[in-house]
Design a binder for this molecule. Structure first.
Ligand code: PMP
Length: 230
């Protein structure tokens, strides 16, 4: 049973659906928003709706402060080195597409390899298929073991000096498997490749330190992160 103090922070839960108190179990797709998030969005539209980094008037400055303040909070949340490393996107799909169609297109050519795993969400497959098609790079898929994990021996075998990008989920949305990102990042870097991590299911569930993991790109979805004030 969800702790009442926590439940009360989510106004959407205060309703009956099919004559039962609403229980929402689809947080992996998008999480419900607590009052503090709803209030912040409402305050923005009621009090300082304006363009960030554009208007020099008071409302524009307030909007810019809020926007850049959020960037610092996100930096601290994932322990990124600088706010320059925090780029806002609509969600994980857009973030991975941005990496694939900018860094990927720029740095891949025929003969290069992109290594994925067999447990990826389609958001971390389709962008790489598209980029492979236009650049002539090849996709390789790390197999899954019986228990739904990948083996580091397979990573060592598949990641070679032909590999330019390793793209992998931190936590699988299908299996719940937690991948050893830090170890895979080391293997990728030792072979001159970069690692792109799909953090859509990890950031909402565990503390993530992108410097400790040594991830080159780490994508996640703010809309799946539940903020709790207990
Ligand atoms: N990757 C994984 C592992 C996911 O679970 C999801 C959402 N189900 C996504 C990517 C897509 O995230 P978004 O909706 O933010 O684009």
């Amino acid at each position: 049973m969800l702790n009442e103090t926590v439940r009360k922070q989510f106004p959407i839960l205060d309703q009956k659906v099919n004559e039962h108190s609403l229980v929402y179990l689809d947080s992996a797709a998008t999480s419900q928003k607590p009052q503090t998030v709803i209030d912040t969005v409402k305050n923005y539209y009621e009090l300082y709706n304006s363009n960030v980094h554009r208007g020099v008037h008071t409302l524009g400055s307030r909007a810019t402060e809020g926007y850049e303040g959020a960037r610092e909070k996100v930096r601290e949340f994932i322990n990124a080195k600088s706010i320059k490393e925090v780029i806002f996107a609509r969600g994980t799909t857009t973030a991975i597409n941005t990496v694939a169609h900018s860094y990927g297109r720029e740095n891949l050519s025929e003969g290069d390899e992109i290594v994925l795993t067999k447990m990826e969400h389609h958001s971390n497959i389709i962008p790489w298929q598209q980029v492979a098609k236009v650049t002539g790079a090849t996709l390789k898929y790390l197999p899954l073991q019986k228990d739904g994990t990948i083996s580091l021996d397979d990573v060592r075998e598949m990641v070679t000096d032909r590999t330019k990008i390793v793209a992998m989920s931190h936590v699988s949305n299908v299996l719940g498997t937690i991948n050893p990102i830090k170890e895979v990042a080391k293997i990728a870097h030792d072979n001159g490749a970069v690692i792109v991590v799909d953090g859509a299911q990890s950031v909402p569930h565990m503390s993530v330190d992108v410097q400790d993991l040594d991830a080159d790109f780490y994508a996640f979805s703010a809309h799946k992160c539940v903020v709790q004030q207990v």
